[in-house]
Design a protein around this ligand. Structure first.
Ligand SMILES: Nc1ncnc2c1ncn2[C@@H]1O[C@H](COP(=O)(O)OP(=O)(O)OP(=O)(O)O)[C@@H](O)[C@H]1O
Ligand SMILES: [Mg+2]
Length: 315
């Protein structure tokens, strides 16, 4: 996704800013999101994620800056933009006195979807998120997780090209969270998706690229691998082995490539800037060491987040 140009971009953001009186919630964001890309916006509470999404969805007027969605300017052609997007907001907008069918039909009618098509699509979506059996219950009686699942599929009723998912799995139990993430994974590549989440492991697995936002600014941008490499100058290998002689370890120590070598209860840890996985393994074999497992230890997205923002990401 490094060679993004205007033909391959679904969303183009220039110098986007939002002020609430003296507070600058979004502070000059520039960002391009490719067609079919799954982009995760991560940031601590109050970083400006929801404010950004609300502006992109034409729900909130920017103070300055421009955004185009599939080439349409959000300020000049909001009606065009609204036809292309689906939004699952952080604060769910479902009507509690209606049931799921009725909530979905409200959206269907706004988008002028024919009744036959609407029924079929609603049924598929309800089935996918496990709500079909409860579809005639008043939504006010739903649990928080069920409401969030309905909130998600409401964004999908118009079968939009672009999806904005603001904390789609907030407050869900691990199993429901998994079901939603599996569903998002199915949509990956078929739609352009911009999501925010506090679950970094899932963002790590699913996202094509990640942007970290803090105090209204994008402070890091790239694939998760790029971001992990950017915070860690050294690579570390963990080797589980038998017959690790002191001579074998000393042999590694003679190489100036390896800055740090620890041997704790049969687990050898080797770190260095130019660590060569193959070279270490070949060397240990040549020393008659029996290797059970060997793995490169990478920083997690959580480590990246902490290093870049100085804050931990909590729900
Ligand atoms: N309508 C508003 N009026 C005044 N300030 C607002 C308004 N909406 C948001 N803010 C402020 O803008 C900042 C960014 O809020 P925003 O909701 O975009 O954060 P967020 O990154 O989505 O956080 P969270 O992870 O908690 O959802 C916060 O300081 C918030 O208090
Ligand atoms: Mg938010």
């Amino acid at each position: 996704m490094s060679k993004l140009n205007s033909n391959t971009l679904a969303i183009q953001i220039f110098a986007l800013t939002k002020r609430f009186d003296s507070l600058i919630a979004v502070n000059g964001i520039d960002l391009g999101i490719g067609k079919g890309e799954l982009f995760s916006l991560l940031g601590p509470n109050g970083a400006g994620k929801t404010t950004t999404i609300n502006m992109l969805c034409c729900l909130l007027k920017p103070t300055s800056g421009t955004v185009s969605i599939m080439g349409y300017d959000i300020m000049k052609e909001p009606f065009r933009v609204k036809e292309l997007i689906g939004v699952a907001p952080q604060e769910t907008t479902i009507s509690e006195h209606l049931n799921s069918w009725e909530n979905l039909s409200l959206i269907g009618r706004v988008h002028r979807i024919g009744s036959k098509e609407l029924k079929q699509r609603s049924e598929e979506l309800l089935e996918t998120v496990g709500l079909l059996e409860r579809a005639k219950d008043r939504v006010g009686k739903f649990s928080g997780g069920m409401k969030r699942r309905l909130n998600l599929i409401m964004a999908l009723v118009p079968d939009p090209e672009i999806l904005f998912l603001d904390e789609p799995t907030l407050g869900l139990d691990p199993q429901s969270r998994r079901a939603i993430w599996d569903y998002i994974a199915e949509l990956k590549g078929k739609k352009t998706i911009l999501l925010t989440t506090h679950y970094l492991e899932e963002a790590d697995v699913l996202s094509d690229r990640v942007g970290i936002i803090d105090e209204g600014k994008i402070v890091a941008l790239g694939t998760t691998d790029e971001l992990k490499k950017s915070i860690s100058e050294t690579n570390t290998m963990i080797i589980s082995a038998e017959n690790l002689s002191a001579e074998a370890i000393d042999g590694l120590r003679t190489s100036d490539r390896y800055a740090e070598i620890d041997n704790v209860s049969g687990k050898l840890k080797v770190s260095g800037k130019d660590l060569n996985f193959r070279e270490v393994i070949d060397y240990l074999y040549s020393q008659d060491v029996t290797i059970y497992s060997a793995a490169l230890e990478q920083p997690t997205l959580e480590d990246v987040f902490l290093k870049i923002t100085g804050k931990e990401l909590r729900e």
